[in-house]
Design a protein around this ligand. Structure first.
Ligand SMILES: Nc1nc2c(ncn2[C@@H]2O[C@H](COP(=O)(O)OP(=O)(O)OP(=O)(O)O)[C@@H](O)[C@H]2O)c(=O)[nH]1
Ligand SMILES: [Mg+2]
Length: 711
């Protein structure tokens, strides 16, 4: 015989208290039963009705405060309807010698009331001391007929038989009801219970091989019951399953069939609490639905802050990807994706997701695309992200309080602007332009798709978002491109709230630049958001734009970068240089055009160094991860900003150095050129402090480069 121990504190969503209502014919012994329980002796004289009593939590077996209410139809101010409304469980008392003819009408009356409030019932035959034979034979068929009846007990208030047991059963029936789990008529678990346990099995099967091996079983046991299983107990569990079914144990591990069998056995042996503990630990309520508290833990996002996944969350998502990428091709085939989302009640990703993130040649979401989609959901709809992580069992597998532990709330953007540096990893770029100017083409190009490939995308599978990574100074950053609908009249503040704006015009269409100029003048002229104008379809013949200024003159006048030539009509994957520039501008909105250009030159050097593989498993990726770890990243960021500030201050004193754009309306770092003494000290401090870090980073790069060469 094996035993699953459990810790009461872990049963988080269990009821806070239990209210037991005693009903029955007059003189059946309701009040005496309560008095006998309290005083542990049979009272000779009893009042008509006992006052409501409360048994404190620490003296009850299930450790919940228990209220016992004596309902006497003759002397009471509350109706039976109201009482059943408040009760968690009712105890219908009768004499053991009561025949079904007497009992059933009485039972039906009570059941009608109870069914309104879904209150379970225990049938009690009191005064068992008066009869010689058990009445269970007559009672059991009635119990099987009505599923609301949890159990039947024969007791005697006089000789204290089964009194405390009765109240224990009542408590248990409330806290761990059989109804949602098991169908006594069919002698098997209910479909909703099988569904919930199957999801739990799949989450606990960490390597997704369809078997819970000893490690996984131990992890499961520890998560649910707080105690690991002793090796012998583990063997006992498997032996019980082996004895009862041939395919319950495979490769010395528990199969889903074996796991379900084990729970059926628990329930049949009256140990529902074991199954309930598991279900509650995985977030289920009494109706076997995932609770709102589990799926949507409270997370407050202050204004001007964004939400990103942290390092641990990415590691968790990586392990989920790995366990479903069976063929190890670093992409999820439709079947693998379906398998991944089996623990969800619905398929969360539609076909548009394949056109929002990177896919492989077959159109399957790659590892990088998969992480991008999670990053996008976290950024745009953090509640949804929490819900999805809940379905994947994030808090259970990662042993966290809730899914909120996966999310980083970024610093207020205004502080980033003041400090001229950011810790953010995700930047939003809104892409605007006249109809047909090439916005969607630009978005898809960011995902590595040229025009020929874009033409194969179905219209209804198109997406207004494109998310991928770019490298800025060796740091991996996510850029989210968002195509804004071109209706000029309906452009709102929200359409322009982003880190960088992209205005697209079609060089072959003489009317398309006007739209960009109008949007810029109306919404962006006085805005602090950096802006880039893109001259799309540069493979086509350039037409003269019908606008008072040429695009180049317009950019000069407004101190913008010159229009960026772009085409997605290429043989290979289109260039992503503009996206790198956009990310740089989003990261350093204070920088002038010249400074961005200088930064971008640096980026190209770094781009050569980076590992093109994104499997996250090979040595190259491990080195890459090390270099991108939180610690190194923060030191690097500080170092860059210190070097940047310093180089800018030097630039001031170099004769004929490119003059920074001092007259620009957008704030640029040149404002920061007039560095205060404090700034200088700060920068010197960071320069000194980062000498040590530089040595470390250089060593890291050396190892990394050496490995890359061999490759
Ligand atoms: N030759 C050429 N054609 C392009 C290029 N980019 C897009 N196109 C074509 O231009 C047309 C419009 O491009 P889209 O990207 O759909 O333009 P859009 O701005 O998203 O259009 P709306 O969403 O309708 O406002 C399509 O037929 C594309 O095939 C390019 O770089 N070169
Ligand atoms: Mg479009």
């Amino acid at each position: 015989m094996f035993v699953f121990y459990f810790d009461h504190i872990k049963v988080a969503t269990m009821r806070k208290d239990v209210r037991i209502l005693l009903v029955g014919e007059p003189k059946v012994g309701k009040t005496s039963l309560i008095m006998s329980l309290v005083s542990e002796e049979f009272p000779d004289e009893v009042p008509l009705r006992a006052e409501e009593i409360t048994i404190p939590a620490d003296v009850t077996p299930e450790r919940v405060p228990t209220h016992i209410v004596d309902y006497s139809g003759t002397d009471t101010c509350t109706s039976l309807y109201d009482e059943t409304h408040m009760a968690c469980i009712a105890v219908l008392m009768s004499m053991p010698q009561a025949s079904p003819k007497v009992l059933i009408p009485l039972l039906l009356n009570v059941l009608i009331l109870l069914s309104c409030h879904r209150v379970p019932l225990i049938l009690v035959g009191n005064k068992s001391d008066l009869v010689e034979h058990s009445s269970m034979e007559t009672i059991l068929p009635i119990m099987n007929q009505y599923s609301e009846i949890e159990t039947c007990v024969e007791c005697s208030a006089k000789n204290l038989k089964n009194i405390s047991e009765l109240f224990y059963y009542a408590q248990k029936a409330v806290l761990h009801p059989t109804g949602p789990l098991y169908s006594p008529e069919d002698k098997e678990m209910k479909p909703s219970c099988i569904k919930a346990l199957t999801r739990i099995f799949k989450i606990s099967d960490l390597d997704n091989d369809g078997i819970l091996n000893d490690n996984e079983l131990n992890f499961f046991q520890r998560t649910c019951f707080n105690i690991p299983l002793a090796p012998q107990a583990l063997e006992d569990v498997k032996n019980v399953v082996r004895k009862n079914m041939s395919d319950g144990v495979k490769d010395n591990g528990l199969t889903l069939k074996g796991f379900l069998f084990l729970h059926t056995l628990f329930i049949q042996r009256g140990r529902h609490e074991t199954t309930w503990t598991v279900l509650r630990r995985f977030g289920y309520d009494d109706d076997l639905e995932l609770t709102q508290e589990y799926l949507f833990p409270l997370l407050k996002i202050p204004p001007d802050c964004t939400t990103e996944l942290n390092h641990n969350a990415y590691l968790f998502l990586q392990s989920v990807f790995d366990k479903h990428d069976k063929d190890r091709d670093c992409a999820l085939s439709p079947d693998e994706l379906k398998d991944l989302f089996k623990v969800f009640p619905y398929m969360p990703w539609g076909p548009d997701v394949n056109n929002t993130v990177c896919t492989n040649e077959q159109g399957w979401i790659t590892y990088q695309g998969y992480l991008s989609q999670w990053t996008l959901t976290t950024y745009l709809d953090v509640q949804r992200c929490l819900e999805y992580l809940g379905y994947l069992g994030y808090s259970i597998i990662q042993e966290q309080e809730s899914q909120t532990a996966a999310v980083t709330i970024t610093r207020n953007k205004r502080i980033d602007l003041q400090k001229k540096q950011t810790q953010r990893s995700v930047f939003l770029c809104n892409v605007l332009g006249a109809r047909g100017s090439g916005k969607s083409g630009f978005l898809q190009a960011f995902l590595g798709r040229n025009l020929a490939r874009q033409k194969r995308i179905r219209e209804d599978h198109m997406s207004y978002y494109a998310m991928s990574t770019t490298y800025v100074y060796g740091q991996e950053k996510y850029l989210l491109l968002h195509e804004v609908l071109p209706d000029f009249e309906f452009l709102s503040e929200a359409d322009l709230a982003c880190d960088v704006v992209c205005l697209v015009y079609d060089i072959s269409n003489p009317r398309s630049f006007e739209y960009c100029a109008k949007v810029y003048k109306k919404h962006l002229l006085d805005s602090k958001t950096p802006c880039v104008i893109i001259a799309a379809k540069s493979d086509l013949h350039e037409a003269r734009q019908y606008y008072s200024l040429s695009p180049l003159d317009f950019c000069r006048k407004h101190k913008l970068h010159p229009p960026q030539m772009f085409t997605c009509n290429t043989d290979e994957a289109p260039s992503k240089d503009i996206c790198t520039k956009l990310t740089t501008m989003a990261m350093y909105p204070n920088l002038s055009n010249n400074q961005i250009e200088r930064l971008n030159k640096g980026i190209k050097i770094h781009a050569k160094l980076r590992c093109m593989c994104s499997c996250n498993r090979c040595t190259y990726c491990i080195c890459h991860n090390l270099l991108n770890s939180e610690l190194v990243r923060s030191v690097k960021a500080k170092l860059y900003s210190a070097v940047l500030n310093r180089s800018l201050s030097i630039a001031l004193y170099i004769p004929h150095s490119p003059t920074p754009d001092v007259t620009s309306k957008r704030p640029s770092l040149c404002v920061g050129l007039h560095m205060t003494q404090a700034d200088l000290k700060n920068s010197t401090f960071w320069l000194r402090a980062s000498v040590g870090a530089t040595v470390f980073a250089v060593l890291g790069f050396a190892v990394y480069k050496a490995l890359l060469k061999h490759r």
